[in-house]
Design a protein around this ligand. Structure first.
Ligand SMILES: *Cc1c(COP(=O)(O)O)cnc(C)c1O
Length: 217
């Protein structure tokens, strides 16, 4: 599908589009940048650092993969949004590195919504524990939630899982961020399920293969 088709689909619904460029060469990003895209998502620190160094400075880089604590320091100075906070230890480290570079780093809390065992993410009680302690993280801005649905063709299940994340967002918003407009992001939906995700309340989709073609690892 073409970039402009997806871009139009999203902007009509006020959904932001993260172009997931992982494994793709810098030239593929440059091509999409020329069409107007500024937000790109990567899931490997080294790959992100290499691309950031050689691509235009006004790109907003989002980190969307599992983030190891010892690698936060490599991206702290420039990252626009980390989607994948899945432990209190990780947010502590992001806070520490944010302080070092004098930034408030925007993050999302990643929730475990799929039925598959392998997915990373917080459950509700872990999230509460982290959020009860949020005043300790002055160099982090918690902007919303992120989740991945199960990899299945069962549309009913996918819809249910996205619905679950929307409810988690609302619960956190009411309990921890009332009247805080910066808590606003629901990052859900990928190439195979972004339409369902948007119907279920997503306002940020992360789309890779549909934009760049299939990845060969
Ligand atoms: C790779 C990836 C995507 C994009 O996947 P596509 O199916 O290619 O759109 C989105 N989110 C995360 C967390 C990913 O790792």
């Amino acid at each position: 599908m073409s970039y402009s088709t997806i871009e139009k689909y999203c902007s009509k619904r006020s959904v932001s589009l993260v172009a997931v460029s992982k494994t793709k060469p810098a030239a593929a990003i440059t091509e999409m940048y020329a069409k107007g895209q500024r937000v790109f998502g990567e899931n490997k620190v080294q790959e992100l650092v290499d691309k950031q160094a050689k691509l235009p400075e006004d790109i907003d880089w989002h980190f969307i993969g599992h983030l190891q604590r010892n690698k936060v320091k490599h991206i702290a100075a420039f990252i626009s949004l980390i989607h994948s906070v899945d432990s209190e230890k990780l947010i502590q480290e992001i806070n520490k590195q944010g302080a070092k570079v004098n930034r408030i780093i925007p993050v999302l809390l990643q929730f475990y919504i799929a039925s598959e065992e392998s997915k990373f993410g917080l459950d509700w009680s872990e999230a509460e524990k982290l959020l009860d302690n949020k005043a300790a993280f002055a160099n982090v801005q918690i902007c919303g939630v992120m989740g991945m649905a199960s990899f299945t063709s069962d549309e009913v299940q996918v819809r249910q899982e996205f619905g679950k994340l929307k409810k988690v967002f609302e619960k956190i918003n009411a309990k921890y961020f009332p009247n805080e407009p910066s808590f606003k992001t629901i990052s859900m939906g990928m190439s195979g399920d972004y339409e369902i995700a948007i119907e279920e309340g997503s306002n940020m989709v992360r789309i890779g293969s549909l934009l760049f073609g299939a990845r060969n690892y």
